[in-house]
Design a protein around this ligand. Structure first.
Ligand SMILES: Cc1cc2nc3c(=O)[nH]c(=O)nc-3n(C[C@H](O)[C@H](O)[C@H](O)COP(=O)(O)OP(=O)(O)OC[C@H]3O[C@@H](n4cnc5c(N)ncnc54)[C@H](O)[C@@H]3O)c2cc1C
Length: 562
């Protein structure tokens, strides 16, 4: 049974905004990416009165555009950043076991070796250290060495003439946008008031102290004054912009590094495991994603519009070129179903340092009484960042603040997950859907599956797929708007589901059907429905244009292979 408090939808947003306008909060959080959602959860679960405002949709910034790995980061070992690796690995173990076993799943990677002795010794030692650094809580298997014969059995797509062995190790993966939304919903369950499409325009100061912020409700156009003992900004790549706008003199800067991923069908790469490839400047991941692979990423300095990080033809070419160094058959441009790009928020004090060498460690800044900001880090370390930020804010709260309890705190849907998996066949019968569907739903909703079951019981047509051959059920689309805070067709296509990069048409073909399901929940008129569809279509056009020449290449490629 869903906790009513965890539900995010238009009515809840209205209620949240009226609380924001009329009450005093301990903590106002700016930003609904994974860091801000984590701060809201950390503070609310310490018993503080919390509000969170997000300028767009939850996770609409970097937190929906990552490689979706919960990992220590093998590449940081090479930079001797053991503290960061250990911290991240310990977080990984906690997420897989306690916090989010329904969403964070182990995934294996092959590290192919080109050379028999020296490379195996070097990489083997690194992976032994990687396994050791996670401490004694060990949820994932240890690494293991594979012979040349074995690696080609596991990954027939790796070139036999180049790869003569490998090492298999484990990390974890997550649907980042869903995970962030679930953290925000958990914060709401603990009492946080959450309003999306509400952006902070300025800070309110009194007697040299920040006492809140002016928040623009992007739907009504009204500005409300929110009063809070401490405002915590978790603005990712928007941090510099906000510092300037708010008149804050910060102790750090955030540089933006763009990372692009491509998505290809499972059939394009024959492997039973993910693959990690070392490149000249970084690493390239080939990551399993249901019946697809996500391949990336790039790492390039970015100075453009942070609201619109677009992939380019060069980005896609780079990824194909790197992957094709070891793959046979090679990936073709026509294999590419989807492309997405995101911006890493890299904290820096030295404007001249090279993007690739910058540490992913985070910074907590406390430049004014009543104002704290947190940025940098990695998706994996969001909880540690949140805990640090709230600890730094505690002295300004002028009240007793409990220690953070989020290490052992299950996020929404986690409790009872394993028991529900054991009962999958029974639930399938009860819901009138297949066991495979139940398991897929449990891995996206955990115990919140009961809310989907209720929707289906009330309207059995919601048990049907959104479109033929598509795994997503109509109930999931309904639930996205009625409980998960989706406010537009784009929110559903891009972040509640991942149709935007999973479908060759980026989900445009199902946009109208989605609008039909969510329209009544969001109180849309016929023209509001059309507008939301048109907005999403326009976004797709912009993204396609950015890789335009690339699409021309795809067309040529398809003609040639016809
Ligand atoms: C290509 C790529 C791959 C990555 N892969 C991984 C990975 O595999 N594993 C990993 O651990 N990390 C990874 N990362 C890093 C990770 O994704 C980020 O560190 C993390 O998502 C940052 O989250 P955030 O909440 O700090 O920022 P964001 O998610 O960007 O959130 C900031 C939010 O602030 C909001 N905002 C801005 N201005 C305002 C305002 N005025 N009022 C209210 N809200 C505002 C924005 O809308 C935004 O939603 C990757 C990053 C990239 C780019």
């Amino acid at each position: 049974m869903t906790s009513a408090k965890s539900v995010l939808n238009p009515e809840q947003r209205q209620v949240a905004l009226s609380h924001l306008a009329s009450e005093k909060f301990d903590v106002l959080v700016i930003g609904g990416g994974v860091t801000g959602a984590g701060v809201a959860l950390d503070a609310a679960s310490r018993g503080l009165k919390v509000a969170l405002v997000e300028a767009g949709d939850l996770a609409s910034g970097t937190s929906s555009r990552s490689s979706k790995l919960i990992h220590g980061g093998l590449r940081y070992l090479e930079q001797y950043d053991f503290k960061l690796v250990r911290e991240a690995l310990q977080e990984r173990e906690l997420m897989v076991t306690t916090q989010a076993p329904h969403l964070v799943k182990p995934v294996s990677f092959l590290y192919p070796l080109h050379e028999k002795v020296k490379e195996r010794t070097y990489v083997g030692a690194g992976l032994a250290l990687y396994d050791a650094l996670r401490g004694f809580q060990r949820a994932l298997p240890n690494h293991r060495h594979l012979s040349q014969k074995r690696i080609h059995e596991v990954a027939p797509s790796l070139r036999v003439d180049l790869i003569n062995g490998g090492i298999q190790y484990y990390d974890a993966q997550v649907d980042d946008a869903r995970h962030t939304m679930m953290i925000a919903r958990t914060a709401a369950q603990y009492g946080a008031q959450i309003a999306t499409h509400a952006s902070v325009e300025s800070l309110i100061r009194k007697n040299k102290r920040v006492i809140g912020a002016r928040v623009l409700d992007k739907f009504s156009g009204e500005t409300i004054e929110v009063s809070a003992s401490v405002t915590i900004m978790a603005g990712g790549v928007w941090s510099d912009q906000m510092h300037e706008k708010f008149g804050v003199i910060p102790g750090y800067q955030v540089r933006m590094s763009k990372g692009t991923h491509i998505v290809v069908p499972k059939s394009a790469i024959r492997s039973k495991s993910g693959i990690i490839l070392k490149t000249a400047v970084s690493v390239l991941f080939i990551i399993p994603w249901a019946d697809k692979w996500i391949v990336g990423t790039t790492d390039t300095e970015f100075t453009g519009d942070r609201n619109q990080p677009l992939a380019t033809r060069e980005d896609v070419d780079y990824i194909l070129e790197q992957a094709n160094k070891v793959l046979t058959p090679k990936l073709k441009p026509s294999d590419v179903l989807g492309v997405y790009a995101g911006l890493r928020p890299l904290v820096s004090r030295n404007a001249n340092s090279s993007t690739t060498k910058l540490s992913r460690e985070h910074i907590v800044d406390h430049p004014e009484t009543g104002f704290v900001s947190v940025a940098g880090g990695k998706y994996t370390t969001y909880r540690v960042m949140a805990e640090d930020a709230v600890d730094h804010a505690a002295p300004d709260l002028l009240r007793l603040v409990q220690k953070s309890g989020t290490k052992e705190l299950p996020i929404l849907g986690a409790v009872g997950y394993h028991a529900l998996i054991n009962r999958a066949s029974i639930i399938a019968e009860e819901m009138g859907i297949s066991r495979e569907q139940v398991i897929r739903l449990l891995d996206r909703y955990g115990s919140e599956i009961s809310a989907l079951a209720e929707l289906i019981a009330a309207d059995p047509s919601l048990a049907k797929p959104l479109a033929d051959g598509m795994p997503y059920l109509r109930a999931e689309i309904h639930y996205a708007a009625s409980a998960e805070g989706a406010m537009s067709v784009g929110d559903v296509i891009s972040r509640r589901t991942r149709l935007a990069f999973e479908m060759a048409d980026h989900g445009v073909g199902v946009a109208a059907e989605i609008a039909k399901i969510i329209g009544p929940i969001l109180g849309w008129s016929a023209s509001a429905k059309k507008k939301s569809i048109a907005e999403y279509e326009a976004q797709v056009v912009i993204e396609k244009e950015s890789v335009q020449s690339y699409h021309e290449e795809i067309a040529k490629d398809s003609v040639a292979s016809a």
